[in-house]
Write a protein that binds this ligand. Structure first.
Ligand code: ATP
Ligand code: MG
Length: 500
């Protein structure tokens, strides 16, 4: 960090001191009248506003979560030790805010930007409020650039565009986090900044994710914002909002950001917990009435910004957990209706060892297809339909099978597609390798070999194709794959198969 920002900050401070009006001034002082599980009830602050940061006499801070007639509900963001009824509470006149900027990259911080990785405080000079208005329609643009996840099943069938909000939803332990982490790892070679927000998870689960990202070389472009299950509910509540402010700081300088909220079901539970403590009337499934607005205003902040505004984007991958495959539960349906598509993971597929365990029938991406690379479109077009047909035929073939050869061929092709869509964790495939594999499937190059060899093929193909200048233009191809490139890709796949 250079000297200049400090000097600028000092100058600004000196100017404020010089301009300060001295003399008596009236200041509101409230008093604690109740405290329960990280939520304090405070009276005597008539001028206080929503989200304002308040300071308790122990030095602990909180922010205003709800305004009532004569009292306010304050969610604590520091431990509540020592706080008791009758103690004074001071206003700060500022909305709760977070530090933003480059210094956060590669760091693990709490929702207020305080380090959790045993290193010094990140040297940031700018701050943004945690809650900010989403950009208006005029300030937005269409999603027009792909965000490659490196997962063939996602990039081919449910392409995600920069600025899209794609929900990852499924039962416990079905690989939801792994899909998001793979997407983060795949940004190693790209210009996308990643933010992983852990909300209400156990420390050990978060540590595993951080370890993975660090050991696989994606840490330099990633920020971890962590609010553990054991921490203050106020911090858990704040986490996705403050992380989004960190994302906006990048986005507003024209950068592309990927933000993963893991997960919003736990965030909803925190919101419910605080609302019940604050005695707000419970609604469906005991969630307060504003639960839809809570996540709508959060996810509205993602999106593609117009070139006039800054040209940046925030792509959101919110994660939601469901019970027993029940996609129509309250929180998942809310989130599905707010986002631009969903990737549904299935416990049955996971148990059958199809990983990533993505249910192709229930998943959808509503905008990403428009941003998909032309070369990918050219080879992926039929895959989804063929695979869906295969899954259906597989069920019927149990009752005796199909005699005709066309159906048999379809079943064989289906086996192949299933093998192609399966992918190990932490092994993202570059676009060119994905296109080559799908082109090979289309051309029948793979027909003769055993599906079991596909995993090895995926291992060697990226290296073979990586340095080849003939494929440099693949990303930019407008609508189709030209014959020469297609032939060259097929040749490379054949060579890779022979070399094994
Ligand atoms: P939770 O509900 O606990 O958050 P989750 O749905 O996020 O779970 P993950 O933690 O991503 O699921 O994955 C669960 C387990 O499945 C992991 O321990 C991992 O070993 C395994 N797994 C996930 N994806 C894959 C994959 N593509 N290949 C092999 N194993 C996988
Ligand atoms: Mg998870």
């Amino acid at each position: 960090m250079t000297e200049a920002p400090h000097e600028a900050a000092m100058d600004a401070l000196k100017a404020r001191i010089a301009g300060a009006e001295l003399g008596a001034s009236a200041q509101e002082r409230g008093a604690v009248i109740g405290l329960a599980d990280g939520l304090a009830t405070v009276s005597g602050l008539p001028g206080v506003f929503l989200d304002e940061e308040l300071i308790f006499s122990t030095g602990a801070r909180g922010f205003v979560l709800a305004l009532e007639e004569t009292t306010v509900q304050v969610a604590l963001i520091d431990p509540s030790d020592g706080i008791s009824a009758g103690q004074p509470v001071a206003r700060t006149g500022q909305a709760v805010s977070v530090p933003v900027g480059e210094a956060l990259l590669g760091r693990v911080v709490d929702p207020l930007g305080r380090p959790l990785d045993d290193r010094e405080l990140p040297e940031t000079t700018a701050r943004l409020p945690a809650e900010r208005l989403a950009p208006g329609i005029i300030e937005r643009d269409f999603v027009n650039q792909p965000l490659e996840t490196g997962l063939l099943v996602v990039d081919a069938l449910f392409a995600i565009g920069r600025g899209q909000r794609e929900l990852i939803v499924g039962e416990r332990q079905t690989g939801k986090t792994s899909i998001a982490v793979d997407a983060i790892l795949n940004q190693r070679e790209s210009d996308v900044i990643c933010i992983y927000v852990a909300i209400g998870q156990h420390a050990s689960a978060v540590a595993r994710v951080i370890d993975t990202v660090r050991s696989r070389g994606a840490m330099e472009r990633t920020i971890f914002v962590v609010a553990e299950a054991a921490g203050e509910p106020g911090l858990r509540w704040l986490a996705p909002f403050s992380a989004t402010s960190m994302a906006e700081a990048y986005c507003e300088t024209g950068r592309d950001v990927l933000i993963v909220y893991d997960d919003l079901t736990k965030h909803a539970a925190t919101h419910r917990e605080l609302a019940l403590l604050a005695r707000q009337p419970p609604g469906r499934e005991a969630y307060p009435g504003d639960i839809f607005y809570l996540h709508a205003r959060l996810l509205e902040r993602s999106g593609k910004r117009s070139a006039k505004r800054c040209g940046g984007s925030i792509t959101a991958l919110p994660i939601a957990e469901i019970d027993a495959g029940n996609l129509s539960a309250y929180i998942p349906t809310n989130l599905i209706s707010i986002s631009d598509g969903q990737i549904v993971t299935s416990a049955a597929l996971f148990a059958a060892n199809q990983r990533p365990a993505i249910d192709v029938g229930l998943s959808v991406s509503r905008v990403g297809g428009k941003a998909q690379a032309g070369a990918m479109k050219a080879v992926a077009g039929r895959v989804r339909l063929d695979y869906a047909q295969y899954l259906e035929m597989k069920i019927f073939s149990r009752f005796g099978g199909f005699g005709d050869s066309a159906s048999a061929a379809r079943l064989v092709r289906g086996e192949w597609i299933a093998a192609l869509l399966a992918q190990h964790r932490f092994a993202p495939l570059p676009l060119v390798a994905q296109v080559a594999l799908l082109a090979a499937l289309d051309a029948g190059v793979l027909d003769k070999i055993d599906p079991g060899r596909i995993a090895a093929l995926k291992g060697v193909l990226p290296k073979r194709l990586g340095g080849d200048p003939r494929f440099d233009g693949l990303r930019a191809l407008p609508d189709a794959l030209d014959d020469d490139t297609r032939a060259a890709l097929l040749e490379a796949v054949r060579a890779a198969l022979e070399a094994e």
